[in-house]
Design a protein around this ligand. Structure first.
Ligand code: PLP
Ligand code: COI
Length: 359
């Protein structure tokens, strides 16, 4: 697909950019450019791919996404390697998951090569937005939404694919600190047959009230239980979870359709198996978590995702009471996995899995 490059009339001055890059936080600062591609089922599908100045998108007030939330997104990062080059981590997995989400939301596929080429084009013009700070990266947010002006409920015929980029530091303010987690008993995130395995905006909208409930109890994040029995751990609002035992067993909930198949999750399973750990994908109950943490067999619990990387869970708060995991701080395996993963992503540890795509 041809990409038209529409030159930016007034990019951010470098002094302003450097100031923003000194402490970008997460998702607040944006680069100069964006990718935009239109889709029309009646005009042969995807057309008019362009790289242009980042700017507001004009939408008809009847655009289907504003009413029925036909929308999907991805979250991935570009990293600066020691040789100065830029690299992506398993981007083809994000492209594949994007299309799996598209299937669930009755949306068209974006060809994998177009998805990756869009990223290449954007990074080619916005590379100087890579923060030079420790733990810094360029967070990439590809998304697609129904733009057709139509109020009937059916799959739209028109869509936009857009890619923006945001220089980021850590997702959490205190990146090394263990999380305090709220167990959501009143709300679920996803039900069998629902949209839990798709990266679609509505899942995150539904997580906001439980997240506020958790914040009222001084918690950083929420963990969700299954919708049927209300006892099996699923995942956090934006992270998968692993339970680490003192005998080398590690358990993570299985991918049965209600949790997001995390790329970090998949990568950590591979790294742990190489360490000789016995990683099991099997249902894990909140009661077992509490009992095993209390008697000390369960030594660590970690959350993982692109934004959060690998983050320890130290305290669990439940309407029934509170318990601590391990020391309540960062466990040994959590620290080691974080170092390994970040090292591979940043190019300071050899990539033996073919996970890194140099740009
Ligand atoms: N679970 C949810 C609900 C998420 O939003 C994310 C973030 O993308 C993850 C898990 C972790 O997925 P990944 O490791 O691919 O970023
Ligand atoms: C990510 O890890 O990329 C996420 O999407 C989590 C959150 C920022 C939505």
């Amino acid at each position: 697909m041809e990409f038209e490059h529409i030159p930016h009339a007034a990019p951010v001055p470098s002094a302003t950019r450097e100031r923003a890059l000194a402490d970008p936080g997460f998702g607040k600062v944006f680069t100069d450019h964006m990718i935009e591609i239109d889709y029309d089922a009646d005009r042969g599908g995807w057309h008019r791919a362009r790289l242009k100045a980042r700017e507001p998108i004009a939408l008809d007030p009847a655009a289907a996404v504003l009413h029925y939330a036909q929308e999907i997104f991805e979250g991935m990062k570009a990293y600066r390697h020691p040789d100065g080059s830029l690299a992506l981590f398993r981007p083809e997995q994000n492209a594949r998951r994007f299309n799996a989400s598209a299937d669930r939301m009755a949306m068209p596929h974006v060809p994998e090569d177009v998805f990756i080429e869009g990223i290449r084009r954007l990074l080619a013009v916005d590379a100087e937005w890579m923060p030079a700070i420790e733990g810094g990266s360029l967070y990439l947010r590809p998304f697609m939404f129904a733009s057709e002006a139509f109020l009937g409920v059916r799959p739209a015929k028109q869509y936009k694919f857009v890619l923006i980029a945001s220089p980021v530091g850590g997702y959490f303010k205190a990146s090394a600190k263990a999380l305090k987690i709220w167990v959501s008993r009143n709300y679920v995130r996803a039900a069998p047959g629902g949209t839990g395995a798709a990266k679609t905006g509505g899942n995150y909208a539904a997580s906001l009230v439980p997240q506020m409930e958790g914040a009222d109890h001084e918690c950083d994040q929420v963990i969700f239980l299954d919708a049927v029995e209300r006892k099996w751990i699923e995942e956090l609002g934006g992270m998968n979870v692993f339970f680490v035992y003192d005998d080398g067993t590690v358990i993570t909930p299985p991918l049965t359709g209600t949790i997001l198949p995390g790329i970090t999750r998949d990568s950590l399973i591979a790294l742990m198996r190489e360490e000789g750990l016995d990683v099991r994908e099997e249902p894990y109950s909140i009661d077992r978590w509490r009992a095993d943490a209390t008697d000390g067999k369960l030594v660590e619990t970690l959350a993982c995702g692109t934004a959060a990387v690998v983050t320890p869970i130290g305290t669990v708060v439940d309407p029934d009471g509170e318990f601590q995991v391990g020391s309540g701080g960062t466990g040994q395996l959590t620290a080691k996995l974080r170092e390994r993963l970040v090292g591979i992503q940043n190019g300071t540890i050899e990539d033996r899995h073919g996970w890194v795509t140099k740009l």
